[in-house]
Design a protein. Structure first.
Ligand SMILES: [Zn+2]
Length: 170
């Protein structure tokens, strides 16, 4: 299958899956990624490894996909459909769509420096939740104090329990 027909096919599948529940969304992300991965490798190899890891390590039972996150993903998808002739940009949009669904973030806050989206991660050095600006990479703790890079170990997307304990979600 050619890359453009693959993109058209996956956009139809995502459109149906995004409004549904975690299991269906993740199942759809994995099956669409199966179709796109071989093209992605030649477009952006490091993004390919990153998306692979995100999808291999996500657990539908443990993550939060809020209504807001679904709306962000729908926005990415609509742009993807508009940009269907720009394959490179479509892949960037697809990577963003996967992140928007799998990494918790909210629209009522942003990076103090660049107003970028803040994605929630768990830092295994401090055993705490922190936020990373998706645009400039600045790190903040949950009270929006800056966190030094030296205080940070491996980051992985924060899960439901971690967000609950920190009262980020109810
Ligand atoms: Zn920023």
């Amino acid at each position: 299958m050619k890359v453009k027909s693959a993109l058209i096919m996956i956009s139809g599948k995502l459109e149906t899956a995004i409004p549904s529940d975690n299991h269906e969304i993740i199942c759809c992300l994995k099956s669409t990624w199966d179709k796109l991965k071989r093209f992605s490798k030649t477009i952006d190899s490091s993004a390919t490894i990153y998306i692979d890891e995100l999808l291999n390590n996500c657990d539908a039972e443990k993550i939060i996909i809020s209504q807001e996150m679904k709306e962000d993903a729908m926005h990415d998808l609509n742009r993807l459909k508009e940009e269907i002739n720009n394959v490179y940009f479509c892949f960037k949009l697809y990577y963003g769509l996967v992140e928007d669904l799998l990494i918790y973030h909210r629209s009522d806050e942003c990076c103090h420096l660049c107003e970028g989206q803040l994605n929630y991660y768990f830092n295994d050095v401090s055993n705490s939740v922190l936020k990373e600006c998706a645009t400039c990479g600045r790190l903040y703790d949950i009270d929006m104090r800056l966190v030094e890079f030296s205080e940070v170990g491996m980051l992985r997307p924060a899960n439901r329990d971690e967000l609950l304990i920190n009262k980020i979600i109810k």
